[in-house]
Design a protein around this ligand. Structure first.
Ligand SMILES: *Cc1c(COP(=O)(O)O)cnc(C)c1O
Length: 377
């Protein structure tokens, strides 16, 4: 292949230069290829171990024959159903190819060179990526210290407020946060919203909201009428078990949503995604089952980790961030050789931690046994 006669980086958009792509969890097929291990379990990407609702599967199957036809660009039925569920107007909803695409739309609409987005250290890695991609600056607020009593490594709202300056357009907050599992309660987050300058948009990413039973967990969708600068994102990738289908959405003031929808490519959500998501919304029993399974698995893992004398960060999501108090690469590799994929967090600046998704009871058991062996070796 002939190489370019000039520096290709000179013609690419400035934001691209510093970009480091998101490191996803290792796919099962890759591990099978590399190590020849069979019976691989993936506890690396916070997917629902129960899979999707049978209703969602049936709806996707029933839609397959319509693949030659472009999807509904307005996602009319899906938006109407979401609007009814959250007591908002359908005009407040933006559907994305996964909620990460909605996050990207927010960056493309509201950020540009000379402006900045504020987020916490250890916040979800997509925020710095979408910010850099459009050439805006990321202002990183310090997180709580590892010794913090309730939310070690968690979002520090005072630090986030202090990081906001005249160039700030967006604050990204994941509640609960991935990869830490830490969360903000209703009073804290509401107080924060009252203190943020009205010209700054606050994105609250609630990817795990449906898992959460804590009484003072704030479902921010109720605050949309109070704070026009609030954008709440949700996804079908986590409790709904549809990560591979790619569907997420945001709720926001109708004028914000109108801008996001202007930037959105018209056919960004496939007809399979729209129909699968719609059917998933109609199966509350599957959601309940998934949340219950997660709670039991949470307990099982915590008991096992305690027996292994391991420390973890208190989490209300479907994963735990475990602190091995030493570099985890050898542990991660040894688990891979046993056919277990978890998530190293070196790219988050957390080389002593692994993020482990809560799986089925037998998967959790296999993980704990493997950890016991690996740590004894
Ligand atoms: C998994 C996750 C998402 C969801 O991404 P999709 O693009 O909807 O699959 C969004 N935010 C956070 C914090 C997540 O952990």
């Amino acid at each position: 292949m002939t190489d370019f006669s000039f520096d290709l980086m000179e013609i690419c958009a400035p934001g691209v230069k510093a970009l480091k792509p998101y490191e996803p969890g290792k796919p099962v097929s890759e591990l099978q290829r590399e190590f020849g291990v069979r019976d691989v379990i993936k506890l690396a990407s916070n997917e629902n171990p129960l899979g999707p609702s049978p209703r969602a599967l049936a709806a996707v199957r029933a839609t397959l024959g319509g693949m030659a036809i472009y999807p509904d660009a307005q996602a009319y039925e899906l938006r109407r159903t979401l609007a009814a569920r959250f007591h908002v107007d359908p005009a407040c909803i933006t559907v994305g190819n996964g909620s990460e695409q909605v996050l990207e739309l927010i960056a493309r609409v509201f950020l540009q060179p000379g402006t900045n987005a504020v987020f916490s250290r250890y916040a979800f890695a997509v925020y710095p990526i979408v910010t850099q991609a459009v050439g805006a600056a990321g202002c990183i607020a310090d997180a709580h210290a590892p010794e913090h009593p309730t939310a070690p490594y968690g979002h520090n709202l005072d630090a986030l407020l202090a990081a906001i300056n005249a160039g700030t357009r967006v604050v990204f907050i994941a509640n609960p946060n991935n990869p830490t599992g830490t969360w903000l309660d209703r009073r804290a987050l509401h107080g924060f919203l009252t203190r943020v300058p009205p010209r700054v948009l606050v994105v609250v990413d609630e990817a795990y909201a449906e898992y959460i039973a804590e009484a003072d967990y704030p479902e921010c969708t109720r605050w949309l009428s109070e704070f026009p600068n609030l954008i709440v994102t949700r996804t079908f990738s986590k409790i709904y078990g549809l990560a591979g289908l790619r569907c997420g959405y945001s709720l926001a003031h109708a004028r914000v949503a109108e801008l996001l929808n202007r930037m959105r490519l018209v056919f960004n959500a496939s007809n399979l995604a729209q129909m699968g998501a719609l059917a998933a919304l109609g199966d509350d029993a599957h959601v309940r089952r998934s949340a219950e399974l997660n709670r039991a698995g949470h307990e099982q893992l915590q008991v096992g980790l305690r027996e292994l004398r391991l420390k973890w960060i208190p989490s209300i999501a479907n994963f735990l961030m475990v602190d091995f108090e030493r570099p985890v690469r050898p542990i991660y590799d040894a688990l891979l050789h046993q056919g277990i994929i978890v998530r190293p967090l070196g790219n988050y600046g957390l080389p002593h931690h692994l993020r482990i998704t809560i799986g089925l009871p037998e998967q959790n058991e296999r993980l704990l046994l493997a950890l016991e062996q690996v740590l004894a070796a």
